[in-house]
Design a protein around this ligand. Structure first.
Ligand code: ADP
Length: 628
C-alpha cells in the first residue's frame, strides 16, 4: 500500500470542509452524482468518437445504495473510471487559481457557505461533510487493473491495487453520526429529485422494503432497485410543456449554483441549421469571472450526446457568465474537440446565440427594471468588454451598457443621455480616470454644470479602453439617424460649447500672468491657457487634443505596454481667481514659482494623479500660506 500526502491546498480545503461547513451538507450527494454523470458523458463520447473504445458494451447508469447498520453510503457509475495515477491526480491535488480564491473566500467568510463548493470545482471533497472515511474504487475503461483510493480526509491518502468487474467508479462513504441521516431512502430520493432530476443518465436507488403478511405483521424485507430521476434532456422538450421550476432546477444542476437564475432563453432553431439552445444568466457573477482561467459555462451536445463543457470558444469571452447548453443536429458526433473552433456550423450557432441573448437583454432592459438592475450591477463590466472585442455586435451592446452621470444618480444609457441633450449640443461629454467621487467633484465639470450640460462619469478602469473604441454614438429611428462624437472634458478643445472665448481685454490682461506661469513651470507643462470651463477653481489640467489622457497613460503603464512616454499636460487657469490674478502685480521670482507650482500640482491632485514630488508641493504651499 502506498501512502501519499495531499497537496497543501487540499489539506487546507479538507480542514475547512470538515470543521466549518455544516449548512446544506446534502450538496455532497449532488456533487458525487454529477461527477458520475461527467464520467458517463466522457465514456459515451469516446464510444462514438474513438475506435479504441468501440468494443465496450455500454449501458450507462448511476447506482446509489446504503446500509444503515454498517453506516455506509455508496455512489457508483460505469463511466470512464480512473487508473492509479488519475486517482492521485484527481483526488489528491486541485488545479486552477480558483482554488486559492475559494480558500481565501471561505476562510474569510464567517458564514462558510457550502453552496460555493460546487462552483469552485472541489466537489468530491465535500463528501467529507458526511463521512469520516472514503474509499474510491475505480477501473479505467480499456484497462484491466483496478485501484482503491482511501482517506480519512486529513493529511494523507492510500492507493492500492483492487478488483472491479467493469469500468467505472464506486465511491463508498463511511458516514459520520451527522451523516447518518443520508442513509435513508426518502432523504436520498428527495435530494436527487431536487438537484439531479435532469441528469441525462438513469440514477437507481437500492433499498430494503419491508414486507407484511395478511394480518399486518412484518414478515421480512425485500431488496428493491428503482429509478429515481426523470432524466429526459430537458432542453429538447417543448417550451410549452416546461414549467419555470423545471428550468430553474436544470440550471442549478448544470451551474452548480444554489440560487435560481436571473433569466433563461430557450430556443429551437429549424431551417438551414437545426439546433436547440438553452441559456441562463445567473443572478450573481461567477466567482471566477475575472480570472484568466475561468471555467466556461456552456456545454456542447451533438444529438444529445455530450461533447465538451470545456470549450471557451462556445461563447464570446465577454459573455463568459452565460450558462447553458448548445445541442446541434448537424455536427458530426465524432467532431474533434480541437477543430471545433473552426467549424462553420458552430460559428453560425454561436453568432445566432449571441444575437438572441442581446435581443433578450434589450427586452429585459425595457420591460423589467428589477431584473435589469440586477443584471447591470453584476454584468455591466463584461458587457463593456464586448464593445471593444465584438465588432459585429457593437451597436447592440452600446444600447445596453450603462454609465454613471453628472446629472442623475444611478446608471444611465447613452440613449437616455441623448434624450436629455440640449438642442444645439454637439458632443456627448464624459470624464474618466478616477473613482466616481473624485470625478463628480472635478473642477473640470464646473462650467458644464453651470450650463446644465450632462457629463458621463466613466469611473471604471475599463472605461478608458472602452471609450476610445466607442468613438461615436449613433441613433437611428426610421430613416433618420443622428450621431454624436464622445468627447472627454479633460481634453483641450472640448470647451468650445461652454461659452464665448475670453474677450481680448481679458486675454491681454492675462498675457503677462500666463507668461510668468509658463516660464516658471518650464517643461512640466505643454502649454498654459486661459480657461473657459472653470468657475470656482483656480486651475485644471487637460490633455492636448491628440495625446492620451494622463489616466490612460497610467493605465497603459500598469498594463506593461512598453514605452509609454510621459504625457505632458496643458494647464488651464482661471483669470478671475485671486491666486491667478494676484500674479499680475508681483515680480518676486519665488512667489511666482510657488504659485505656478501649486496651481499645477493641485490640478493634478484633484484628477487623482500621483505627484512626483509631494514634499515640494507642501513646501511651496506652506510658503504661500505664510506670506502676508
Ligand atoms: P470537478 O468534478 O469539479 O472537476 P471534483 O473534486 O469533484 O472536481 O473531482 C475531481 C476530478 O476527479 C474530476 O475532474 C474527475 O476527473 C475525477 N473524478 C471524480 N469523480 C469521478 C468519477 N466518478 N469517475 C471518474 N472520474 C471522477
Amino acid at each position: 500500500m502506498a501512502q501519499r500526502q495531499f497537496q497543501t491546498e487540499v489539506s487546507r480545503l479538507l480542514h475547512l470542509i470538515i470543521h466549518s461547513l455544516y449548512s446544506n451538507r446534502e450538496v455532497f450527494l449532488r456533487e458525487l452524482v454529477s461527477n458520475a454523470s461527467d464520467a458517463l458523458d466522457k465514456l459515451k463520447y469516446l464510444c462514438v468518437a474513438d475506435e479504441a473504445y468501440k468494443g465496450i458494451s455500454f449501458e450507462p447508469r448511476i447506482d446509489i445504495s446504503f446500509d444503515k447498520d454498517a453506516k455506509t453510503l455508496t455512489v457508483s457509475d460505469n463511466g470512464i473510471g480512473m487508473n492509479g495515477e488519475e486517482l492521485a491526480d484527481s483526488l489528491g491535488t486541485i488545479a486552477g487559481s480558483g482554488t486559492r480564491a475559494f480558500l481565501e473566500k471561505l476562510e474569510a467568510d464567517a458564514k462558510k457557505d457550502s453552496n460555493l463548493i460546487g462552483q469552485f470545482g472541489v466537489g468530491f471533497y465535500s463528501a467529507f461533510m458526511a463521512a469520516d472515511r472514503i474509499e474510491v474504487t475505480s477501473r479505467r475503461a480499456n484497462e484491466e487493473a483496478a485501484w482503491k483510493w482511501t482517506s480519512d480526509g486529513k493529511e494523507t491518502y492510500d492507493i492500492e491495487s483492487a478488483a472491479r468487474d467493469t469500468q467505472g467508479t464506486t465511491v463508498l462513504l463511511h458516514l459520520t453520526e451527522e451523516g447518518l441521516e443520508y442513509a435513508n431512502r426518502w432523504t436520498i430520493e428527495d435530494i436527487i429529485k431536487r438537484y439531479s432530476n435532469h441528469v441525462a443518465f438513469p440514477i437507481y436507488l437500492t433499498f430494503d422494503e419491508k414486507e407484511w403478511d395478511d394480518k399486518g405483521k412484518e414478515k421480512g424485507s425485500k431488496t428493491k432497485t428503482e429509478r429515481i430521476n426523470s432524466g429526459a434532456a430537458l432542453w429538447r422538450r417543448p417550451k410549452a410543456e416546461l414549467k419555470p421550476e423545471e428550468y430553474n432546477e436544470f440550471y442549478r444542476q448544470i451551474s452548480r449554483d444554489s440560487d435560481d437564475p436571473l433569466l433563461y432563453i430557450h430556443t429551437k432553431a429549424e431551417g438551414a441549421l437545426e439546433y436547440t439552445t438553452l441559456f441562463y444568466i445567473p443572478k450573481k457573477a461567477p466567482f471566477d469571472m475575472f480570472h484568466a482561467d475561468y471555467r466556461p459555462g456552456v456545454k456542447l451536445y451533438v444529438k444529445r450526446v455530450f461533447i465538451t463543457d470545456d470549450d471557451k470558444e462556445l461563447m464570446p469571452v465577454w459573455l463568459r457568465f452565460v450558462r447553458g447548453v448548445i445541442d446541434s443536429e448537424d455536427l458530426p458526433l465524432n467532431v474533434s474537440r480541437e477543430i471545433l473552433q473552426q467549424n462553420k456550423i458552430l460559428v453560425n450557432i454561436k453568432n445566432a446565440s449571441v444575437k438572441k441573448i442581446l435581443v433578450e437583454l434589450k427586452t429585459i432592459s425595457e420591460n423589467d427594471k428589477e431584473k435589469w438592475n440586477i443584471f447591470v450591477s453584476e454584468f455591466n463590466r463584461p458587457l463593456k468588454e464586448g464593445l471593444y472585442s465584438d465588432w459585429a455586435n457593437r451597436e447592440a451592446i452600446m444600447e445596453l451598457v450603462r454609465f454613471k452621470s453628472s446629472a442623475v444618480d444611478g446608471w444611465i444609457s447613452l440613449a437616455e443621455y441623448a434624450a436629455r441633450m440640449k438642442a444645439d449640443q454637439k458632443y456627448i461629454y464624459y470624464i474618466s480616470g478616477g473613482d466616481e467621487k473624485t470625478l463628480k467633484s472635478s473642477p473640470l465639470l464646473e462650467a458644464y454644470r453651470a450650463k446644465d450640460i450632462e457629463v458621463l462619469i466613466m469611473n471604471e478602469e475599463i472605461d478608458e479602453l472602452v471609450v476610445s473604441q466607442i468613438g461615436r454614438y449613433k441613433q437611428t429611428a426610421g430613416d433618420l439617424s443622428k450621431e454624436w462624437e464622445l468627447k472627454a472634458v479633460n481634453r483641450s478643445g472640448s470647451d468650445e460649447e461652454l461659452g464665448e472665448k475670453p474677450d481680448s481685454k481679458t486675454e491681454d490682461d492675462a498675457k503677462p500672468i500666463i507668461e510668468k506661469i509658463k516660464n516658471a513651470l518650464g517643461e512640466r507643462v505643454k502649454d498654459v491657457r486661459l480657461s473657459r470651463r472653470l468657475q470656482d477653481s483656480p486651475s485644471c489640467i487637460v490633455a492636448d487634443e491628440n495625446d492620451p489622457s494622463l489616466q490612460m497613460a497610467q493605465l497603459l503603464k500598469v498594463m506593461g505596454q512598453g514605452n509609454i512616454p510621459d504625457v505632458i499636460p496643458v494647464l488651464e487657469v482661471n483669470p478671475a481667481h485671486a491666486l491667478v490674478a494676484g500674479l499680475k502685480d508681483t515680480e518676486d521670482a519665488l512667489v511666482i514659482a510657488d504659485t505656478a507650482g501649486v496651481l499645477l500640482d493641485q490640478a493634478l491632485l484633484v484628477e487623482g494623479v500621483k505627484l512626483k514630488d509631494p514634499a515640494d508641493f507642501v513646501k511651496r504651499l506652506n510658503r504661500l500660506l505664510a506670506r502676508k
